[in-house]
Design a protein around this ligand. Sequence first.
Ligand SMILES: Nc1ncnc2c1ncn2[C@@H]1O[C@H](COP(=O)(O)OP(=O)(O)OP(=O)(O)O)[C@@H](O)[C@H]1O
Ligand SMILES: [Mg+2]
Length: 254
Amino acid sequence: MAILEAANLVKIYGELGGEGSTTALNGVNLSIRKGEFLAIMGPSGSGKTTLLNVLSGLDKPTSGEVRIAGEEISRISGDRLAIFRRQQLGFVFQDFHLLDSLTVKENMMVPMVLEKRATDDIDRRVAELAGVFEIEPILDKYPYHISGGQQQRTAVSRALVNEPSIILADEPTGNLDSKSSTVIMECFEKVVDELATTVLLVTHDVFAASYCRKVVFIKDGAIHSHIVKKGSRKEFLHQIMDNLAVLGGRTDVF
Ligand SMILES: Nc1ncnc2c1ncn2[C@@H]1O[C@H](COP(=O)(O)OP(=O)(O)OP(=O)(O)O)[C@@H](O)[C@H]1O
Ligand SMILES: [Mg+2]
């Protein structure tokens, strides 16, 4: 069964038919199954961030629908949407958005406290994820006293605490050197392989995309093509570059 299903998504910014209007999404159909590890790539301005915002309920489509875990999120709003996002979606941001005044453990606790989960349940979940991402020794430290890689692993752990249906990330390696990019992509691999969670990321970064199992290419607001990893990560990386070359546009990768 699909975890996420988008049908005929259209997003027009500005007044419909008006002079300054931009069609950012032009009939996107997308189906993501549980356990998929997928990247969306495309030239600058092709609609990647818009798509992610519409899929995550941050923004409403002009028409079309988005279903996540059976709920049509393109139709809900307010508190119901906020609760749905907190329970079903995990976000990893480009600059991680850790709260500096809270320890690693407290950062991880925030989404669970908002869900009013019991203390022993919270402690169990923190311990479990800290084990998977090897951050037990730093649970009581503050973000500015830990390394960049530890901050990333904290952010990924926090995104997972409420057992989301899907993890969404916009340019998670955007500000990172290649060593840190490797850390975060290996975290996502664990999320998929060990925790059986679905991961969707939007990226310009061929290196990051090569860790995924599938890459969907978007151009001018529509799905252009997709490729599935069959061989090694290196082979996939070359395949992604070939596809981007066909796609054209500015991709910031060369
Ligand atoms: N809030 C907005 N208001 C008006 N137009 C917008 C808005 N956000 C995006 N756009 C336009 O919609 C189109 C798609 O933008 P989007 O940000 O989704 O592209 P992107 O693929 O994420 O690009 P990048 O790779 O540069 O991040 C672009 O033409 C952009 O100028
Ligand atoms: Mg973008």
